[in-house]
Ligand binder design. Structure first.
Ligand code: Q46
Ligand code: ZN
Ligand code: ZN
Length: 312
């Protein structure tokens, strides 16, 4: 196979498109897929201030790089989740990327700001780690975007991620989640717009993009991903993709084009009365929002289980 565009020697073959690309045209292909997604879903414009949620992994760093290459105004936010060496290494990769390119990177450390870490919250709640972690990340993205006056938060969810989430939601017929499964969630109630510009690109595309651009990213997976069902759903989808290239794309975009509309309005009462959280001021359906309840519960458990100090 030759590069689809220039017929030069290829560096990557993409079975889904029955195409191969040389380095230059693969990088252009990735950028054009992102640009197409931004326009199709009206995600943001060149005047908007964009906050990229950066983990130090391939997806978020590739996304940040692509947005800058496309001429968007994008800064980064990395959250120290307190997951041991993994979190330290993630922050170090994000910091190195930003420093080398002279970019603005906001750093937010969960333990410094709220007195807990993802492992301690997991222990306190007895739920899977991704539950407390996801809730904390969403709250912090919103809070930092609001505080720093960003127009939109972007995350590096790719096609594999979104197809796996969709499969999980369909497998359990979680119609409230299906109603919100879109690459764009509009702003409202003090929350910023949230978008996922990488949904046309795969995990493999993003790893190749980083290697070809010389982006140094954290390769290790999060050690607390255990119990995360999405890894199983990804395996199922990978098997389908091998048998039928394009299966993930057809599943996800077929849902957006033909099925999503049937679930609109079934989002579990998001139109219900919202009040302000009495602790942090964010919009919430309760007096205290889920994040503040998590903080208070975790800190209370930590205090009650801490070894007593002997005062002499
Ligand atoms: S960091 Fe957090 Fe992920 Fe680790 S605990 Fe789960 S959600 S897997 S993207
Ligand atoms: Zn080429
Ligand atoms: Zn709150």
């Amino acid at each position: 196979m030759k590069c689809r565009v220039c017929e030069g020697p290829p560096v990557i073959e993409i079975r889904q498109h029955n195409a191969a690309f040389c380095q230059e045209h693969f990088l252009r292909f990735c950028r054009s897929q992102v640009e197409k997604t931004i326009h199709k879903f009206k995600m943001f414009g060149h005047d908007d201030r964009i906050l990229v949620a950066v983990s130090g992994g391939k997806d978020s760093l590739a996304l940040w790089d692509i947005l800058l290459e496309l001429g968007y105004r994008a800064d980064g936010l990395v959250i120290g989740l307190g997951i041991g060496d993994y979190s330290d290494a993630s922050t170090a990769k994000a910091r190195a990327f930003a420093t080398e390119r002279d970019l603005v990177l906001h750093e937010y450390v969960l333990e410094d700001e709220h007195g807990f870490t993802v492992p301690s919250a997991t222990k306190a709640t007895g739920r899977v780690p991704c539950s407390a972690c996801g809730l904390s990340k969403r709250h912090i993205f919103d809070a930092v975007a609001k505080r720093e006056a960003y127009d939109v938060v972007v995350t590096g969810h790719n096609l594999d991620d979104e197809a796996a989430v969709l499969l999980g939601n369909v497998a359990r017929w979680q119609t409230d989640y299906l109603a919100r499964q879109s690459p764009v969630l509009p702003e409202g109630n003090g929350f910023p717009r949230k978008t996922k510009p990488l949904v046309r690109l795969s995990e493999r595309d993003m790893a190749a993009y980083c290697v070809l651009r010389g982006i140094d990213y954290i390769v290790e997976e999060c050690p607390m991903a255990i119990g995360n069902k999405h890894l199983e759903y990804k395996d199922v989808l990978n098997t389908m993709e091998v048998a039928s290239p394009g299966a993930k794309h057809n599943f996800y975009f077929g849902f957006l084009d033909r099925a999503a509309v049937h679930f609109q309005g079934d989002d579990g009462g998001s139109d219900g009365e919202l009040t302000r959280c009495t602790r942090c001021g964010s919009a919430s359906s309760n007096d205290v929002c889920s994040f503040c309840r998590l903080v208070e519960h975790t800190v209370a458990v930590e205090i009650s289980t801490a070894p007593a100090k002997i005062i002499e």
